[in-house]
Write a protein that binds this ligand. Structure first.
Ligand code: KIV
Ligand code: ZN
Length: 514
């Protein structure tokens, strides 16, 4: 039968130990509510002896959580800590006290200044005292990852005998490789007397970026409880991330012979909530919940996921409550991704206008880091109508500034395929450009309206220009265009309006280039 792995969430205790993070009761209650939606088995609510505020929070959380999860309070192996934990949990329907002490040579000698024998007897006394408050006592052997194995086994066996029901084996410093941690769990399961009666918990820190891998190795070796936090927050580099271990258990349920009761669809919401309440941003490339976790950038990948998401996704965004996959449009994107995004925006250009649109997209993508939807809207405003280009802009060069006179040199390709070059001066670069275009395309039109606005973000924003011209009969023709250079967008918008006018008039006038 598949082993059911208990998920012990310590976002409110080890997570709150993240440097710079401190949560007030309302924030803790919001996180607890989300943890219940996730269906975690145990919520470590705090360390009541650490401050009156933490004591009060654990009390409130215990009331709030009710019977939906076990509520756990941390304590050192000290009588006063254990009493505080017991008191704070008095209203909990399912209370657990988590007590323990350091067992590695470094912790015994440099932190606790205790002999092995003294630490052993403190551990036993702590568990016995905790049992006076609840039948659910978890013992932690801090820094187990660096402890001497024989001594570690002796302390864990003694804690069990004293009444502990769960044994927590923390790799407090995140020092071990996943294989080493897995091997430690196997060894303990084989050498600690009475351990088969207990739940064995893995608690891994992320100092080497391997907390999730080590936790899963511990589960593969036979442990049945994982201690973790949302977004992996916690002391220093943090703890194993709940979202990562939950998804790994789901995807590898068969090999691990294990499953958890976590509601995966809540993972994205939980991640966002914890990030906003703690102020700890989630890196874009964070597994499962990062902004890029389902974003595809290169043309080859985009083509693959559009054909079948399984080509590059091992889980669906929807399964963890994330938005659909995101195709990031950059210069590396291909036609398939552009067509897909345009389709999502409601555009289905025909083959020939798509060719122009793609060409323009590549031009913009080469200048900008990412092409946003607003950029695509601007491109579609320019090309999406499938407007025939009577006159096409080939070259535009302007010189302007103070005290210069603005001049523009324009080369247009005419309807006969020839190139026509003119030069004009004006009150500014745009005026000079329009005058140079007029000399070639001889539009017989009046400029009614000219407007420019930034439509995308940043200093590399696209500037969109809209132009209205009227012909001699008073008919009005509009043109729009966008470019990172507003002089270029002005020239293109002017030509778009002009081309409409010329097509309507049926008088594709041809100027001279000399
Ligand atoms: O990392 C650790 O050892 C701990 C214990 C208090 C369980 O957080
Ligand atoms: Zn820890």
């Amino acid at each position: 039968m598949t082993r059911v792995i208990k998920i012990f969430d310590t976002t409110l205790r080890d997570g709150e130990q993240s440097p710079g993070v401190s949560m007030a009761l309302p924030e803790k209650l919001s996180i607890a509510r989300e943890l219940l939606r996730l269906k975690v088995d145990i919520i470590e609510a705090g360390f009541p002896a650490s401050s009156p505020g933490d004591f009060a929070s654990v009390q409130e959380l215990a009331r709030f959580i009710g019977s939906e999860a076990v509520v756990c309070a941390l304590s050192r192996a000290r009588a006063s800590d254990i009493r505080a934990a017991g008191k704070a949990l008095v209203h909990a329907e399912r209370a657990r006290i988590h007590t323990g002490l350091g067992v590695s040579p470094s912790h015994l000698k440099d932190k606790l200044h205790m002999s092995e024998d003294d630490a052993l007897s403190s551990a036993v006394k702590a568990v016995r005292l905790a049992r006076n408050y609840t039948g659910d006592v978890q013992f932690y052997a801090e820094d187990a990852g660096r402890a001497e194995r024989g001594y570690l086994a002796t302390v864990l066996a003694a804690a069990l005998k004293a009444g502990a029901t769960t044994l927590n084996v923390p790799d407090t410093t995140g020092a071990l490789l996943p294989e080493q941690y897995g091997e430690l769990i196997s060894w303990l399961l084989a050498h600690v007397e009475g351990i088969e009666e207990a739940t064995v918990a893995v608690h891994c820190h992320n100092d080497l970026g391997m907390a999730t891998a080590a936790s899963i190795a511990g589960i593969a070796a036979g442990a049945t409880q994982i201690e973790c936090t949302i977004n992996g927050i916690g002391e220093r580099a943090g703890n194993a991330a709940l979202e990562e271990v939950a998804v790994a258990l789901q995807l590898h349920a068969r090999e691990l012979d294990a499953s958890s009761g976590i509601c995966l669809k809540e993972l994205t919401r939980a991640s966002r909530l914890v990030s906003s309440l703690t102020g700890m941003a989630v890196p874009a490339n964070k597994a499962v919940v990062g902004a890029n976790a389902f974003a595809h950038s290169s043309g080859i990948h985009q083509d693959g996921v559009l054909k079948n998401p399984g080509t590059y996704e091992i889980l669906s965004p929807a399964s963890v409550g994330a938005q659909d996959m995101r195709l990031v449009l950059t210069a590396r994107s291909g036609r398939a991704a552009l067509r897909h995004r345009l389709g999502a925006l409601g555009y289905t250009p025909d083959k020939s206008s798509f060719k122009q649109i793609y060409h323009r997209f590549v031009e913009i993508a080469e200048k900008k880091h990412e092409v946003y939807d607003e950029d695509l809207e601007a491109i579609m405003a320019e090309y999406g109508s499938g407007l025939e280009q009577v006159w096409k802009l080939r070259i535009l060069q302007v010189s302007c500034g103070t005290p210069l006179i603005a001049t523009a040199t324009v080369v247009l390709e005419g309807p006969d395929g020839e190139e026509y070059s003119t030069c004009a001066s004006g009150t500014g670069p745009i005026d000079a450009t329009f005058k140079a275009i007029d000399q070639t395309a001889a539009p017989q039109a009046d400029l009614l309206r000219f407007a420019v606005q930034a439509i995308t973000r940043g200093s590399d924003a696209l500037g969109e220009v809209s132009v209205q011209l009227s012909d001699r009969e008073g008919r009005v023709f509009s043109g729009r265009a966008a470019d990172g250079d507003i002089i270029v967008s002005s020239a293109k918008a002017y030509l778009n309006a002009l081309n409409r006018l010329l097509l309507t008039a049926g008088s594709n006038s041809k100027g001279s280039n000399d």
